[in-house]
Design a protein around this ligand. Structure first.
Ligand code: AMP
Ligand code: MG
Length: 337
């Protein structure tokens, strides 16, 4: 049976202490971060880490992000740390930036999907930080969804996907940012964003002016993936999702409505849909921050409401728009642009 720890009832400290005990015993614990809910285990315990892959149904070559509660902890995980890594950590940690650097021997290969590098970040969430601190080890944690599903932004989403296959779920309410961290490789030359996320490209450019967005991060690369997660379909709801450019919206709406389809429509700017009962609208008044926060829960809600198809309109590719676009593109069953 899964143990659910409600922070609203127990308080942060008590919930974190109970959950940390499970981590120390080699168990797996779902917990909130500022991005999405993670499914964590002792990053230095190969056996515990294996339980994460089993619970999620995650392909073994898709590496995990290791979460720390202080900058000092990176010394046991990474070797050959460049100066710019410290600049980034001091500026953006705790926060939604994951950095990839060469791993030390102590990091098991199942954490890194067989790679000689390891991805590390410090989450900006008091529950997550206390959990790591009380566990007294770094915590390896991918998002706490079944592999391929939309990421969980609420404890209920974790329960829906993973239920009793995890030991503990710490319920800390809805996550603040709603999309995963930005993954930045410092072993790539020039430094490359492997996955756009909660920390916008524009912010990283202020520290690394020559940083690039890896073509695969936008789905425009078909060679050997540098970040194995790039090759899998991700974030996908159980109903078809069509990603369209705004100019094609009218056309596709008419087409699907004429087939009698019930449509979940997701877009940044709100528009008047002339009381069309077969369209469920989720829009965000042009605010990318709110759209990111609501993105995954909107996909899951459309599923629950029984829509036949989700139509999502491409957001602008600036700020958090790049992360939203990346998630929608990977979730899409069809792209019209
Ligand atoms: P998740 O925590 O489920 O959001 O997935 C973590 C993602 O981080 C993976 O899908 C990888 O793409 C990326 N990642 C983790 N470790 C590495 C690494 N060593 N090198 C490149 N990418 C990584
Ligand atoms: Mg994930």
């Amino acid at each position: 049976m899964v143990l659910i720890l409600r922070v609203s009832e127990l308080g942060i400290d008590k919930a974190a202490k109970i959950a940390a005990k499970k981590i120390k015993q080699g168990g797996i614990v779902a917990f909130p971060t500022e991005t999405v809910y993670g499914l964590g285990a002792n990053a230095l315990d190969e056996f515990a880490v294996n339980k994460i892959f089993r619970a999620k149904g995650r392909p073994p070559d898709n590496p995990l992000i290791v979460h720390v509660s202080s900058i000092d902890q990176v010394d046991i995980l990474w070797r050959d740390i460049p100066e710019v890594a410290y600049t980034l950590m001091e500026r953006f940690w705790p926060g939604p930036l994951t950095i990839v650097l060469p791993k030390r021997e102590i990091v098991p290969y199942n954490v890194t999907g067989g790679l000689d590098t390891v991805a590390v970040r410090m989450p900006k969430n008091e529950i997550a930080l206390k959990l790591i601190e009380y566990s007294e080890v770094p915590i390896a944690a991918p998002s706490a969804n079944r592999s391929g599903r939309p990421s969980p932004t609420r404890a209920e989403d974790v329960l829906e996907d993973l239920g009793n296959s995890v030991d503990v779920i710490v319920d800390g309410g809805k996550t603040e940012i709603g999309v995963e961290s930005t993954v930045l490789s410092l072993v790539h030359d020039p430094p490359a964003i492997l996955r756009p996320g909660g920390l916008p490209l524009e912010e990283i450019k202020k520290v690394i002016p020559n940083v690039i967005v890896h073509p695969a991060a936008l789905g425009e690369f078909f060679g050997r993936p540098e970040s194995p997660g790039m090759k899998y379909r991700h974030y996908a709801p159980s109903v078809p999702l069509v990603l369209v450019r705004k100019d094609f919206l009218d056309y596709i709406l008419k087409k699907e409505l004429s087939k009698g389809k019930k449509i979940g429509l997701l877009l940044l700017e709100c528009l008047k849909i002339s009381n069309e009962k077969n369209i469920l609208l989720k829009c965000f008044d042009g605010n990318l921050r709110i759209m990111a926060k609501e993105l995954f829960s909107a996909l899951r809600e459309f599923e629950r409401l029984g829509v036949d198809i989700i139509i999502a309109v491409e957001p602008p590719l600036e700020g958090l728009g790049l992360a939203i676009y990346n998630r929608l593109k990977k979730a899409a069953s069809e792209i019209i642009s």
